[in-house]
Design a protein around this ligand. Structure first.
Ligand code: HEC
Length: 195
């Protein structure tokens, strides 16, 4: 084999060896973008929301009819509404973690005033997902002395039950939701200036 060919071969072998070494060396420093982090959390949160709605609430209350689902679940020994389940877990996550991230199910027309948009970015994001149907909203905000990446994902009226319950609820400020309307959004907030 000629020297040049030998050198090329050696170079290729070294390059092949170096790739996994570099990957291994880089792993402790590996990072994830805030957007990817938010999208990842959203995937998990949505899977839990859907599973609770389909496999617990729909199955036990509508199909097998063994237990009711009710907003007043404590008094009526019933299942929590999916949105109440969502808020209960979100509040627990916020209380129990010191990573600084949080999530919530908010709306511009909330039944429960606790689910009102509070920050400018939340309001902007909720309006954006209503105006640009099918899109998510991504933004940044500073709260106190901390910077956050804030993502808002649409929560859509996928069934008649969503709109009929909200439209006739005494505390709902909006009474004309239609099927497939964006009723609110899942807001995920991730701190960006901490390690
Ligand atoms: C049986 C009544 C009922 C049904 C069905 C229902 N909701 Fe709700 N929804 C509520 C109540 C009550 C709340 C307030 C829960 C709380 O205390 O946080 C709520 C909260 C929400 C919120 C947070 C903002 C707010 O209004 O407080 C969104 C967004 C929402 N629901 C969307 C939906 C969607 C989408 C569906 C269908 C997949 C749905 N809801 C089905 C009663 C209902």
């Amino acid at each position: 084999m000629k020297n040049t060919a030998k050198n090329i071969l050696l170079g290729l072998v070294l390059a092949a060896l170096c790739v996994p070494m570099q990957a291994a060396a880089a792993s402790p420093e590996a990072s994830i973008s805030p957007k990817r982090m938010a999208d990842t959390l959203y995937t998990v949160i949505l899977a839990h929301r859907t599973t609770y709605t389909e496999l617990i609430v729909n199955r036990l209350s509508n199909v097998e009819e063994v237990i009711e689902v009710s907003e007043h679940w404590q008094d009526e020994q019933a299942l929590l509404l999916p949105s109440q389940m969502f808020r209960a877990t979100a509040e627990l996550v916020q209380k129990e973690n010191d990573l600084g991230f949080s999530y919530s199910l908010l709306s511009l027309w909330p039944v429960n005033s606790k689910n009102n948009a509070k920050t400018d970015i939340e309001k902007k994001g909720l309006q954006y997902i209503v105006d640009k149907k099918g899109e998510n909203f991504y933004g940044e905000e500073t709260l106190g002395d901390k910077k956050y990446f804030t993502a808002v994902y649409p929560d859509v009226a996928v069934s008649k039950a969503c709109i009929s319950c909200h439209n006739k609820h005494k505390d709902s400020p909006k009474k004309d939701f239609k099927l497939n309307n964006v009723m609110g959004g899942i807001v995920i907030r991730i701190p960006v200036d901490t390690k």
